[in-house]
Design a protein around this ligand. Structure first.
Ligand SMILES: Nc1nc2c(ncn2[C@@H]2O[C@H](COP(=O)(O)OP(=O)(O)OP(=O)(O)O)[C@@H](O)[C@H]2O)c(=O)[nH]1
Ligand SMILES: [Mg+2]
Length: 382
């Protein structure tokens, strides 16, 4: 691969991971944020790396890093013989290009890294198309510069352009057209799901959806509750596709249980947009199980991210907060964290302890969809 390509596709390169504590960073525990960044890089496939932790008091619009910090990083980069750089924060197109000039090596920011992980994790045709759309949407935001005089008139770059069109305009037009074609394919897949959904709605089967931060244990909970074998891994974004299973507690059928794609802080907007069709499933749910890894020091921030993302996709539903991985902290710490959380309906569970999911099962066994509750109130009043 040419040394000056922007993105690397091989993983055995010596990589400088630059974890940044920037003024935008809202996490309570910066070490947990660095750990999450490292997990992202490992999920992508990075094996040979050094993690550099940097505190930035301000962000420089041109190069993102202030002059002094940039010089420090450059020295470390040159002395360590690194071949690529990944920055934990989101960079603007301009900052990315300027840094690329300084380091002259493949360079990724948070958005590119997450897009690349999604691309790796996509299994189904739907997931693959959704990721492709997100990538093309992102590419549209980056169609400037890159050493090509994009504002010059096109004609020699392989993209057929209209008269007087610049390369930039032609590229954007080409990307838009490809996105439109892919959206057409996606619609066909969605139609099939819509038919299944219609059948479910006419049969009045309640849908319960597992949502939450990536790696919180959503798929594990689905597996435990429905005796399934969905991929559950200590890896970020193991699940991209929705899986739905029948949910029984004891012999009673409660409804259907769906697993969904996990969220993360600074999830690229393009991904939220293109996964909207999968996430649309949430708007048909009667109950959301918001799963949180209560042992993670950034658990509060994770809940905020999930609630904000749900708000962004306009999903407001009856919610039970499910605090998972309770086995990973002491009872005392668990009580402290639950007290900090407050009064909203919640259960604390563990998927690895025998009977560790009992509190959730008990809740579900006595749960009734809100419309049924309203109906039984009316019946009682008669
Ligand atoms: N200690 C402990 N580990 C758990 C528990 N539940 C899940 N895990 C582990 O946490 C990791 C992530 O679990 P998943 O079920 O894949 O998490 P997810 O929320 O589906 O993650 P994504 O699909 O990547 O968003 C796996 O290694 C699980 O074995 C638990 O209660 N306790
Ligand atoms: Mg999962």
């Amino acid at each position: 691969m040419a040394k000056n390509e922007l993105i690397s596709t091989t993983f055995y390169k010596k990589t400088l991971l630059v974890g940044v504590q920037s003024p935008n960073n809202k996490t309570d525990d910066i070490e947990a944020y660095y750990e999450e960044f490292l997990n992202l890089a490992k999920t992508y496939g990075i094996v040979d790396y050094v993690l550099l932790k940097i505190k930035l008091r301000s962000i420089e619009s041109g190069h993102y890093f202030t002059k002094g910090k940039l010089a420090e990083i450059k020295t470390i980069f040159d002395e360590g013989d690194f071949e690529e750089i990944i920055v934990s924060d989101t960079l603007s197109g301009q900052q990315e290009r300027n840094l690329h000039e300084v380091f002259d090596c493949p360079l990724m920011d948070r958005t590119r890294l997450i897009l690349a992980i999604f691309e790796k994790s996509a299994v189904t045709a739907e997931g693959k198309i959704q990721v492709e759309i997100a990538k093309l949407q992102f590419a549209k935001t980056r169609v400037t510069g890159h050493g090509v005089h994009l504002d010059q008139q096109a004609g020699t770059v392989g993209i057929r352009s209209g008269p007087g069109e610049t390369v930039k305009e032609a590229t954007i037009r080409y990307l838009s057209r490809t996105i439109l074609t892919l959206k057409g394919h996606l619609e066909k897949i969605e139609k099939a799901r819509g038919a299944q959904r219609k059948q479910r709605l006419t049969q009045k089967v309640p849908l319960i959806c597992l949502v939450g931060y990536t790696n919180a244990g959503k798929s594990t909970i689905l597996n435990v509750l429905t005796h399934s074998d969905v991929l559950a891994k200590d890896q970020l974004f193991a699940t991209l596709d929705t899986t739905t299973r029948q949910l029984f507690v004891g012999t009673r059928k409660i409804g259907l249980l769906s697993d969904t794609v996990g969220f993360i802080q600074q999830l690229p907007h393009q991904l939220i947009e293109s996964f909207k069709s999968t996430l649309a499933e949430l708007s048909y749910a009667s109950l959301l199980l918001v799963v949180t890894d209560i042992a993670d020091n950034n658990w509060k921030n994770h809940i905020d991210v999930v609630l904000k993302t749900l708000e962004e996709i306009d999903v407001k539903k009856q919610t039970l907060f499910v605090f998972n991985k309770a086995d990973k902290i002491t009872k005392k710490e668990l009580q402290k964290r639950l007290a900090e959380f407050g009064d909203l309906p919640h259960v604390a569970i563990s998927c690895i302890k025998p009977d560790g999911t009992a509190p959730l099962k008990r809740y579900l066994a006595s749960w009734k969809p809100e419309q049924d509750k309203a109906k039984s109130k009316q019946d009682k009043a008669k």
